[in-house]
Design a protein around this ligand. Structure first.
Ligand SMILES: [Mg+2]
Ligand SMILES: [Zn+2]
Length: 207
């Protein structure tokens, strides 16, 4: 049985995990498009009592491709779409820095994930962190959280050998077809963890 976590917290990447990744960055609300079923999966997690937080690299800000008010408008579009499905994200933590700024929050560094754990007062040990890139998994592992790869976004093109290579680089990574499959997996697991595996109330047949 997995040790109980203090809260049901899940940390999701944004681009390639809940919405379409673009090589040239998502620079406007119009360019932000959900992946099929992803917002429904977030809504189901929310209704099941999960705290859903996003951890997203948004170096487009540091690169001068878009500004904070545009990022806010993108997230307003996402939040409105989620609300229509009865869902929400509880927090969005983003790294606005360009790679050459050498911050500690840009994934694969663990800064964003650690900030989320601190915000919600949740030890990260059993917290699932989901993403479509190696750096999401590396950030999860560096934070002591639980890495999960979804085969969407950047990972949609991986073949079996690529996936094996990822698993070798970040041991313990669990792989799911998409966010729907991931959400079903953790909801099922949480429900199972709630049930005792053994009944220890009767010791009469122990020597
Ligand atoms: Mg991504
Ligand atoms: Zn940063």
């Amino acid at each position: 049985m997995r040790p109980e976590t203090a809260a049901k917290l899940v940390i999701l990447d944004r681009d390639g995990t809940i919405s379409v990744d673009r090589e040239d960055f998502v620079k406007s609300p119009d360019e932000w498009e959900p992946l099929p079923g992803a917002l429904e999966a977030v809504a189901r997690l929310h209704r099941d009592g999960w705290i859903v937080a996003l951890a997203t690299n948004q170096s487009g800000i540091g690169r001068g491709l878009f500004d904070m008010s545009t990022l806010n408008a993108i997230h307003a579009k996402m939040n409105a779409a989620l609300a229509r499905l009865g869902g929400r994200v509880d927090a969005i933590f983003f790294c606005p820095h360009a790679p050459d700024e050498l911050c500690n929050c840009r994934k694969p560094l663990p800064g964003l994930i650690e900030q989320i754990g601190a915000r919600f007062g949740v030890p990260l040990k059993n917290v699932p962190v989901v993403g479509d890139s190696l750096r999401d998994l590396q950030a999860a592992a560096a934070a002591g959280a639980e890495p999960h790869l979804v085969l969407t976004g950047k990972a949609a093109v991986l073949d079996a050998a690529d996936i094996a290579n990822v698993l070798q680089q970040v041991p313990g990574t669990q792989v799911h077809d998409n966010l729907t499959a991931f959400s079903e997996f953790i909801m099922r697991r949480a429900a199972k963890d709630k049930q005792p595996l053994h009944d220890f109330s009767d010791f009469s047949n122990l020597d």
